[in-house]
Design a protein around this ligand. Structure first.
Ligand code: ZN
Length: 715
């Protein structure tokens, strides 16, 4: 029983190096992603990122000669590089290391109009998106294969959206009429569960590895259905303007679609979603893993939620009736089911109609697509400008055809030499971790044995899957409208997911497209994934100094590796069996180390939902600890392989780390609820590391100084 509970705790998620989209748009990213809201949120992230790469391309005026253009560009590039590298010598490293390294950059960097955030992650993503843009342009104009031809057709259907709204809306009329004909809750559930529909699904369903048998895919239910993604947008008084803007947007969209009584409908829809939001779990609660997952079935759900038509939901999604269901937020899901039953059918129909138009908007007409893009950019992502239509078409195509585009992307990245260099860095950090564990005072002998075994067994995936995605595109787009193409892709994705039900995950099932900038540790498979897009500068560049590569990508690898053996990694052993391999004394000792991190964290870094609890959330402490361990391991590996007694080398190493996390965001951007803010990710990490004190002569006179007994040790 205990093991089962442990398994459930662990299943709730893996560890991203930064909270993906949280880094940019707040609280909406989940690595296992796949519920509809999340995919939509990602899609709109791509829009803003694509736009940046386009802006960079358009700096040179049309017709300007190469010489003139390259001269200006060279100057601009040089000044950008200077600001990017320039250290603010007026700030002592011991007082504010983050500001010393990043002050010039922060002062001289503008957030592009289509962005809410600029960071190394967004810049690297913009570069990856530029490469994807080239692939799409080729697929559109001169495809080199049948697959590329299909990609090009999908993309072309988006570029060719009609100007006229009524023409754009005609493909969607049939589905709007289906909503109009809904006569019962059963009908409504059947409509929103249909895998080919683009409307909102208040209870989302997807296929994911089973928590108690991770080698097998199963059905996962989760809370969903909010147009504003995050419950905080509905419930916090400070975000009231967001909700007002959303209501106005709903009214505008319903007007564009010539729906009756648009303003009254908008009010009803906002009220309905606010009540859904009140039933949703907060992000922090979702991450308290012990609460997160429950195996259930339709009988148990009916007992808790009354006569909600669960069987209709399964039937429409072609799930066999007896299949066990995993509820991610059980009380939220049953609460939503109860609430739906008590809702007026007319309200539900209006809600489904709006979400159909909202979600189909990028596939309908230029004006409707633009209205949605403006809302997303201005209200949700706090960016002054939305992406242009071409950028939008690229982003939508990339998102819709992700596995195939990921394969094409990785084919052009990561030479053998590059892979080898990254792999060597991983191995050196692995050896550093094993060395630390061998000498760890805070772990028992039995825990040290398992930790070493587990570190040795970590499976590292670099760049992208070796085998192309088996599912393929699975549809033909010739002579179809963008809307029909989108429905066809959505239905095909569900079919591909369904075919995995009850089977074992393939070794190359990475969950992350190679063109997405992120890194993660998968606790169920003891695996670190480093997609191609994170293997370029400023994370890793074979052409620059090793000190920089170890301080940047090295620290990321160390961070992920530490999750294998932290207070979550303790739940799975080296053979990937669920077995808690810590003793009570190990847990007590690790708790003391975490307390030291909490003690060295000023109150403003308290990320717990309840401000009355002046303690950082456990998840935040875990991530802060992973940062300290990651940087320590990277430094160990650097010293071991470079005999870097030289202070200048060490300074380069730590500066690269501080540069890694630089980040500038617009006011109003939702914060990452789990990781520390960028400045603290640097300042609160280095203050625990003795080598940093030695490198920069940090003394008790400096603000960041803490006495050695208050510094946590990595193990
Ligand atoms: Zn982490």
């Amino acid at each position: 029983m205990r093991i089962l509970r442990l398994a459930r705790r662990l299943w709730a998620g893996s560890h991203d190096i930064y909270a993906g989209f949280c880094d940019r748009h707040g609280g909406i990213f989940n690595r296992h992603g796949g519920d509809f809201d999340t995919r939509r949120a990602r899609r709109f992230l791509w829009l803003s990122l694509f736009a940046v790469s386009l802006a960079a391309c358009s700096q040179q005026p049309e017709g300007a000669s190469d010489d003139a253009g390259s001269g200006q560009e060279a100057d601009q590039q040089q000044s950008e590089e200077t600001n990017a590298q320039k250290i603010d010598e007026t700030i002592s490293p011991g007082d504010d290391f983050y500001a010393r390294v990043n002050g010039y950059w922060l002062e001289n960097t503008e957030i592009p109009a289509e962005f809410s955030v600029i960071s190394n992650f967004t810049l690297a993503q913009a570069r990856a998106d530029g490469i994807i843009a080239e692939i799409l342009d080729r697929a559109h104009t001169a495809p080199t294969s049948e697959t590329e031809k299909q990609i090009g057709q999908f993309y072309a259907s988006l570029l060719a959206l009609p100007e006229d709204n009524m023409a754009g809306l005609s493909p969607v009329q049939e589905d709007l009429e289906r909503i109009n004909a809904i006569a019962s809750i059963d009908d409504a559930v059947r409509f929103f569960s249909d895998p080919a529909q683009l409307t909102a699904m208040p209870i989302a369903m997807r296929i994911a590895p089973h928590p108690d048998a991770p080698e097998q895919y199963s059905v996962l239910l989760s809370q969903s259905g909010l147009g504003l993604f995050d419950r905080r947008n509905y419930l916090e008084a400070a975000r009231a303007e967001t909700l007002i803007a959303y209501q106005k947007y709903i009214g505008d969209m319903l007007t564009l679609a010539a729906m009756p009584e648009p303003d009254a409908a908008a009010l009803q829809i906002v009220d309905f979603e606010s009540r859904l939001a009140a039933r949703h779990w907060s992000d922090m609660r979702r991450r308290e893993r012990a609460l997160v997952l429950t195996q259930t079935d339709t009988e148990a759900l009916s007992a808790a939620a009354g006569p909600f038509p669960w069987s209709a939901l399964l039937e429409v999604r072609a799930i066999p009736a007896q299949t066990p269901l995993i509820a991610r937020e059980l009380e939220a899901i049953t609460g939503i089911a109860k609430y739906i039953q008590s809702t007026e059918l007319e309200t539900l129909k209006r809600y489904l109609s709006f979400h159909l138009i909202h979600r189909a908007a990028p596939y309908l007409s230029q004006e409707i697509a633009q209205r949605r893009a403006r809302f997303e950019a201005n209200v949700l992502f706090a960016a002054p400008q939305p992406a242009d239509p071409t950028a939008r078409a690229r982003a939508l195509t990339t998102d819709a055809l992700a596995p195939t585009l990921s394969d094409i992307f990785v084919g052009g990245q990561c030479t053998q030499e590059h892979r080898r260099a990254v792999y060597q860095l991983v191995e050196e950090i692995r050896q550093a971790a094993i060395g630390r564990i061998t000498n760890a005072q805070s772990l028992s002998e039995t825990a040290r044995v398992t930790a070493r075994e587990k570190l040795s067994a970590i499976d590292v995936k670099i760049c992208g899957p070796a085998e192309p995605a088996a599912a393929g595109l699975g549809f033909r787009t010739e002579d179809m409208t963008a809307y029909k193409n989108a429905k066809s892709v959505t239905a095909h994705k569900w079919q591909a997911a369904l075919s995995r039900l009850g089977t074992q995950p393939a070794p190359d099932d990475w969950h992350a497209p190679s063109y997405r900038v992120n890194a993660y540790y998968d606790p169920l498979r003891n695996r670190i994934v480093l997609p191609a897009a994170i293997l370029g500068a400023p994370f890793f560049d074979p052409a620059r100094s090793d000190a920089e590569n170890y301080g940047a990508l090295g620290a990321i690898i160390g961070h992920e590796m530490s999750h294998a053996i932290d207070d979550q990694g303790r739940l799975v052993d080296a053979a990937q069996s669920f077995r808690d391999w810590w003793t009570d004394e190990d847990a007590r000792m690790q708790g003391i180390l975490l307390e030291k991190i909490a003690d060295a964290m000023p109150l403003r870094h308290n990320t717990h939902d309840d401000p009355a609890q002046h303690q950082p959330a456990p998840e935040t402490l875990r991530e802060a600890f992973a940062d300290i361990r990651g940087l320590t391991l990277a430094h160990d590996a650097f010293i071991a392989t470079h005999a870097a007694e030289d202070t200048a080398d060490n300074a380069t190493f730590f500066n690269a780390y501080a540069r890694l996390w630089r980040r500038k965001s617009r006011p109003g951007t939702l914060s990452d609820p789990v990781h520390l803010p960028a400045d603290l990710r640097v300042n609160l990490t280095v203050r625990h590391i003795s080598a940093w004190y030695d490198t920069f002569d940090v003394t008790p006179a400096h603000d960041l100084y803490i006495t050695p007994e208050y510094r946590t040790v990595p193990w």
